[in-house]
Design a binder for this molecule. Structure first.
Ligand code: ATP
Ligand code: MG
Length: 202
């Protein structure tokens, strides 16, 4: 195939693709907030959620972030939001949380206290975007009542979008979500003995 031929075929393919994209843009005529579920075993769920936080902030939108796991160390996103984005309502589960199942009642209390901060956001039309980072684990461990959580998400103000991250989360959450992305673990540096890095992993 000569260069001209190649160019002609490329242009024809691009034209077809543009027609398809234009048609689907035309067909998408509903304007409302969405529930995005970012799940799977690979790296990229929370960092994607914080990418959306940045997008929303770019448009001056009101953002709430609730993290349902107390990290062993501060995360870069937490440091940045606290120092530079006082307009973002950022909450992290308190120190009451541990992975120690012997303190199940303490874990449940911490999860519920954190949920008590999330629930009013999901009822407040002032919030354009609410991130519920690592929420799926609270449902998986039955630390939170799934019906209550799903009802709050389902009944949120129509223009509000919600992002839920974490592995699992259950069939109902998956069905409720408008967008579901599963990050696949192809390879992670940690498996080669590389330490978690600032700015990349936390
Ligand atoms: P990130 O916050 O980097 O987007 P994530 O939210 O998808 O990651 P989590 O399960 O919340 O993943 O875990 C957060 C931490 O665990 C990060 O430091 C991340 O690099 C690491 N991690 C994520 N997936 C894997 C994996 N498959 N193997 C090892 N470590 C992982
Ligand atoms: Mg995460």
């Amino acid at each position: 195939m000569d260069t001209d031929d190649r160019t002609r075929r490329h242009n024809a393919a691009m034209e077809k693709q543009k027609a398809r994209v234009d048609a689907s843009i035309e067909a998408a005529d509903t304007e409302r907030g969405v529930l995005v579920l970012l799940t799977g075993n690979g790296k990229g769920k929370s960092s994607s959620a914080f990418g959306m936080v940045m997008r929303a902030l770019g448009y001056g939108q009101r953002v709430g972030v609730i993290q349902f796991i107390k990290g062993v160390q501060l995360s870069g996103e937490e440091l940045y939001l606290q120092q530079h984005c006082p307009q973002v309502d950022f909450h992290q589960m308190g120190t009451g949380f541990t992975w120690d199942t012997q303190d199940r009642s303490g874990d449940i209390a911490a999860a519920q206290a954190t949920w008590a901060l999330a629930e009013p956001m999901l009822a407040d039309p002032a919030y354009d975007l609410v991130v519920l980072d690592e929420l799926t684990y609270m449902l998986g461990y039955d630390y939170l009542d799934a019906t209550r959580v799903l009802d709050a998400i389902a009944n949120r103000p129509p223009a509000q979008s919600v992002v839920v991250t974490g592995r699992g989360g259950g069939r109902e959450l998956r069905e409720l979500a408008d967008t579901v992305s599963e990050v696949k673990d192809v390879r992670h540096a940690f498996a080669s003995g590389i330490k978690a890095r600032r700015g990349v992993d936390y």
